[in-house]
Structures are given as C-alpha cells and as structure tokens.
Design a protein around this ligand. Sequence first.
Ligand SMILES: Cc1cc2nc3c(=O)[nH]c(=O)nc-3n(C[C@H](O)[C@H](O)[C@H](O)COP(=O)(O)OP(=O)(O)OC[C@H]3O[C@@H](n4cnc5c(N)ncnc54)[C@H](O)[C@@H]3O)c2cc1C
Length: 241
Amino acid sequence: FEDIYKNYDAIYLGIGTTVSRSTRVKNSDKAYPALLFLKENKIGKGVKVGREVIVIGGGNVAMDVAREALRLQHIQYPGEKVVTKTVSLEDWDIMPATKEEIEDAKAEGVQFNPGWGPKEIKIEDGKVKGLLCMKVKSVFDEQGRFNPTFYEDKEMFLEGDMVIEAIGQAPDFSFIPKELFDKLEFTPRRKVKVDENGKTSLPKVFAGGDIVNLNLDAVTAIADAKRAAEGIDLYLKGKLK
Ligand SMILES: Cc1cc2nc3c(=O)[nH]c(=O)nc-3n(C[C@H](O)[C@H](O)[C@H](O)COP(=O)(O)OP(=O)(O)OC[C@H]3O[C@@H](n4cnc5c(N)ncnc54)[C@H](O)[C@@H]3O)c2cc1C
C-alpha cells in the first residue's frame, strides 16, 4: 500500500469486510467461520457438513449459510435424518435478517432458536457435541448500542456435530502502514469516514462499500463507488482538496 500511495494520484479503498467475526466463546476455534464455509463450497474443495448443524447468527449471511448447510446435508446424507438450526441473540421482532430471507429459510426446513446467546461449544473426544446457550436478557443498552446481557442461570443445550459462526464480518486494514492508518478517521460506528465526494481523511484516498456504509448491500456499494469516481475526477482536475 505504501508503494501505491507513493506512486498514484488517487486511490479508492473498496476492500469490503472479508474477516468473519468469532463469538470467542470457549472452543470457538472448533467452529467454521461463515465466509470460509461459503468460499470452500463455491470455489474450494467443498465442506463435509455434519448431520446436525448449528449456525450462530440471525442476519442474512446466517440465513445463506443455514440454507447452504441444509442443502449439502441432503446431498451428503440422502434419506437420512438431518437438521440445521440457527441460534440468534435477537428475538423474532429484531432479527437482522430480512423477513423474506427468514421465510425462505423456514420454508426450506431451517429451525430457529431466537433469543439465545452462545456460551460454550461442547467438545467430547475432540468432536463437537453441541452448543451451550444462555437466555438473552437484552441485546441493546439504553443508548441503543449493541451490548447483549444474559440470564446466567437460564441455559439451553443444543445438540449438534458442527457449528458455523455467522455473526458478522470485519474489514482487514492490516495492509495499511500505521503512519497512514493513523490518519484515517472513523465514524462512531467504526466505518471509514468520508465526505460528500467519498473522500477519506487520508489525503488522495477515497472509499466506499461495506467499509463506509451501514447498509451492507451491493446497491449501496455501487452507489458509493460512483460517488467516489466523480469525486476522484474532480480531485484529479484540481477542483477538490
Ligand atoms: C454471504 C453474503 C451474502 C450476501 N448477499 C447479498 C445479497 O443477496 N444482496 C446484496 O445486495 N448484498 C449481499 N451481500 C453484501 C454484499 O456482498 C456487500 O455489501 C458488497 O459486496 C460490498 O461491496 P464492497 O465493494 O464494499 O466489498 P466486496 O464486494 O466485499 O469486495 C471487496 C474486495 O476487495 C478485495 N480485498 C480486500 N482486501 C484487499 C487487499 N488488501 N488487497 C486487495 N484486495 C483486497 C476482496 O478480495 C474483494 O474482492 C452479501 C454478503 C455476504 C457476505
């Protein structure tokens, strides 16, 4: 990035969110990250799924993952009893996935456990046996910030032989040297701050897409890129500082 920064007149950062977040609960290293699961199935060797898959998450990516897992189960275990279940912090009324995605997942046979948070992935003889969950008290705090709290004494054990974490993605900025990264400003929601031309606080760097907007969809990413392209054009013509 240092070379690019030195040698080019303007730069567009559209690196998306490529790192799957982890719950970091006990034994979460035994869980499959959502993006790796999808990638392996699309362009990798494919994933051998379990007969009883638990997907942690209540967003659209969790729905994609759960439906993909269920389809793979039917291919890999034809005629056998298989189940894919999601578990999400959010109850039905605040589940982040769109209604359409939830309905499609239900119609396909995905089971739901809304209002539960993961506590520990149970392992026996090195194999995943299930997920211990705690009942969610609240997902957001009084300021509306994501800050889940739990009833420590209300537990549920979900049996399963495979756990996939689909709790969100984060960007990977590690390729940007510290002295440049320090100049990059972020919003309170940890998005790269841009002005009305898509320009960041780092000189000659523009940005857009998932690292900038909260919509996290393709249409907004394309709109961001168009705005930044126009901004870069103005910048190269010397009409922007
Ligand atoms: C499973 C899943 C399903 C989705 N389904 C939908 C959907 O149905 N409809 C919808 O509108 N949106 C959907 N989205 C969201 C949509 O994919 C994103 O909002 C959109 O792709 C964001 O565009 P972007 O340009 O910010 O980043 P991305 O499309 O993620 O592209 C980022 C690119 O940058 C590259 N990159 C990252 N770091 C570097 C680096 N250091 N050097 C070089 N290249 C780098 C990556 O390899 C990637 O090619 C889905 C997302 C996921 C994860």
